[in-house]
Design a protein around this ligand. Sequence first.
Ligand code: HEC
Length: 210
Amino acid sequence: MGGMEFNKIFAALLVAGIVASLSGFISKKLVHPEELEENAFHVEVAEGGAAGAAPKIQLPEPVLHLVAAADIARGEKLAKACAACHSFEKGGPNGVGPYLWNTVNKPKHHASGFSYSGALTANGVANWTYQSLNYFLWKPKKYAPGTKMNYLGIKKPEDRAAMIAWLRTLADSPAPLPSAAEIATEKAEFAPEPEETAETAAAEEPAAGE
Ligand code: HEC
């Protein structure tokens, strides 16, 4: 009993000693005026650099608000890039990719007889919602890692809107245009960087005044 008590006291003293010498060492470091100045300077530079190199957005710019007024003819023209792999007629045929009749707001994997990779539905979203199409057409391999669709994606938001607007026409009864709720959800989920928001707002102002 007595021995244990002694050990505890000894350990406590040891710890106190270590803490005291450590804190003395640290406070010397902190208080040293030259080093302090130097550190402050470095911190400033680092912060400036970090702000300059803001990380790029990892999600596509929202486009659903553009679909209703999008240039359908432009979408059809852009679809020449898809025609190497896809046909657009009702019932197919399938090529390297599945035929693309009746896809917008419809279940994925619609083309019978096509052997899908399974990557398109791996995220648990069963339909080609407008929002999914914007993401998928932006960067197919990012939306669906492991997809068989070897296509880099459509960079410009206006072009994706035009493509989606055209795809929508490929149906006996085209899906309703994106609803206000769908547009708002997409904007909330694909929120761009603050700088881009300012840019987008500026670009939208004239249109709102029309
Ligand atoms: C190099 C060939 C290739 C090109 C080019 C290509 N695709 Fe695809 N696409 C595919 C393949 C293959 C799949 C099936 C993907 C899978 O199963 O993972 C697919 C799937 C799709 C699907 C899903 C269809 C479904 O039934 O679920 C859509 C929508 C689509 N592509 C649209 C497009 C559009 C729009 C373009 C042009 C901008 C395009 N693709 C360009 C090969 C291509």
